[in-house]
Design a protein around this ligand. Structure first.
Ligand code: FE2
Ligand code: FE2
Length: 208
């Protein structure tokens, strides 16, 4: 990955370690939280996990098309158009609803329980995984808007060199969306949701 890219540097600098798009391989190391099988997850969490699966498919297709688009020297074709469109309509329609479910139903109580159980940072006030996930929701929405704007701008620019430069920025933002979202989903599925099963009772889940 090109770390000389100014946008990437800014995102890295602004977001701190947890939010770094330059996720090291160990970011995907198995969670230290005791795993919970899908079938044993509360239905609310199962729905969120199903939605994650759908999103990962969209992300995979988008990434494939990003690579193809770059290798094609920024020429679009039908499958690139389709996969780009799918990603942005997903970010526009499905992701906000999904995030709202997490933020309104699950995160408030989970955040409290994480604080109570000592699963938090040493900051003042202490931060939990919930704070990180909420920040990532915003970050990805912003990157999506930025990427879409650069795509629109690039398409209108006549000068070849300028257009290539703008498309490369859009490409880098697209790659970041993929990286951040993949890790985000992985951490929710493997760490945050198992913790929710541990810290929130069945009766409490029913009231969420
Ligand atoms: Fe999330
Ligand atoms: Fe999620």
């Amino acid at each position: 990955m090109n770390t000389d890219d100014p946008i990437k540097r800014n995102v890295e600098k602004d977001s701190g370690e947890e939010l770094s798009p330059m996720a090291p391989p160990e970011a995907y190391a198995p969670s230290t939280v005791e795993p919970v099988a899908y079938k044993d997850m509360h239905p609310l969490l199962q729905i969120l996990m199903d939605e994650h699966k759908a999103f990962v498919k969209v992300l995979d297709n988008f990434e494939t098309s990003l690579t193809e688009w770059q290798q094609n020297k920024w020429i679009f074709n039908n499958s690139i158009n389709k996969n780009f469109k799918e990603l942005f309509s997903f970010l526009d329609n499905s992701t906000p609803l999904h995030n709202k479910k997490e933020e309104k139903q699950l995160f408030p109580l989970l955040h409290k329980r994480l604080l109570k159980s000592g699963e938090h940072s040493g900051d003042d006030p202490p931060k939990t995984g919930v704070d990180v996930k909420e920040a990532e929701h915003i970050q990805v929405a912003q990157l999506g808007a930025l990427c879409l704007n650069f795509l629109g701008l690039g398409s209108r620019v006549k000068d070849n060199e300028d257009r290539e430069m703008i498309f490369e920025l859009a490409y880098n933002q697209g790659k970041e969306i993929v990286e951040i979202m993949r890790l985000h989903i992985y951490r929710e599925d493997e760490t945050l949701f198992p913790l929710a099963m541990k810290l929130i009772s069945k009766e409490e889940f029913e009231k969420l």
